[in-house]
Unconditional design. Structure first.
Length: 293
């Protein structure tokens, strides 16, 4: 979908917010379960997620008729928890710091079955790469692709596909200023930790860049575009008013970056990664008073 905005760029939207679960996570989780051993799958699956990957795993688990458990941060939005319950997942809420540690440990007491890592998983990354293939099928000439950066699995999957078929196309990760580990890591030349401030942008941003993601990030990405909460709120309002599209904070980060002073020029594709925003948060943003958290 093109978004007609006056400026140096022609902006197109890749609307992953229109997926059955409202986000791109259905792709990577589906690929991971499709490639898993059937005997192991019978014991069920589990993941750690603030909401969207959890919904992807839960949706695919329900399709396969296997149990699903999700470890979520206690700050996970009510809308995303409600969606998980509708999909039949068992929810285990824990403090954010302990939840973040699960990404490194790949374990948590009481979990059974296959663990689907939300981003540092080759099958998940490959599934995400299908977005890049579809972008180039629709647009043969693309100057830049802007992708929200959470753990790196989405942007690295897309960049792997795009760079293989169109080496000149630059792929950027888009972050929120309240938690921008990609920008800090690229500046330092190594995986770096950052201060994390909770906000309504709950689908991206963490305390650091996972070391195992660093080789891909360093090799594939052209850089990080960091935007403010106000810029993301403005992008959400623009998407609703001009494109009739509802995006969550993380999903709108790419559009906010495309409209910022640091945006690349030419034909730019913004991946709107998800639309699972809490109704009260959306109402506040549309009224011009975005919530602080």
């Amino acid at each position: 979908m093109p978004l007609e905005i006056e400026g140096p760029s022609r902006i197109f939207l890749k609307l992953e917010c229109l997926q059955p679960i409202g986000s791109f996570k259905i792709r990577g989780s589906g690929n991971a379960l499709a490639l898993a051993d059937e005997a192991e799958l019978a014991r069920g699956v589990w993941t750690a997620s603030a909401g969207n990957m959890a919904q992807g795993v839960a949706w695919n688990a329900r399709r396969l008729g296997i149990p699903c458990t999700v470890v979520v941060p206690e700050s996970a939005p009510r809308a995303k928890r409600d969606a998980l319950e509708r999909l039949g997942a068992r929810i285990v809420p824990i403090p954010f710091e302990r939840w973040w540690q699960v990404f490194t440990d790949r374990s948590y007491p009481g979990m059974e079955g296959i663990f689907v890592h939300p981003f540092a998983n080759p099958a998940v990354i490959a599934g995400n790469g299908t977005i890049g293939l579809e972008i180039l099928e629709d647009l043969t000439e693309v100057d830049a692709v802007l992708v929200p950066y959470g753990g790196g699995g989405l942007v690295c999957g897309i960049a792997s596909a795009v760079k293989a078929l169109s080496p000149r196309t630059r792929v950027f990760g888009c972050e929120v200023e309240t938690a921008a580990p990609l920008a800090a890591s690229l500046a330092a030349g190594r995986p770096s930790a950052v201060n994390y401030t909770p906000s309504f942008v709950d689908g991206i941003g963490g305390r650091g860049l996972l070391p195992e993601m660093w080789p891909m990030v360093k090799a594939l990405l052209a850089g990080s575009l960091v935007v403010s909460l106000d810029e993301i709120a403005a992008a959400i309002r623009l998407l609703v008013s001009r494109a009739r599209v509802v995006a969550e904070g993380a999903g709108a980060a790419s559009v906010a970056a495309a409209l910022s002073a640091q945006a690349p020029s030419g034909t730019v594709v913004c991946v709107v990664s998800g639309g699972n925003v809490d109704a009260n948060v959306l109402a506040a943003i549309l009224s011009g008073v975005p919530p602080s958290r």
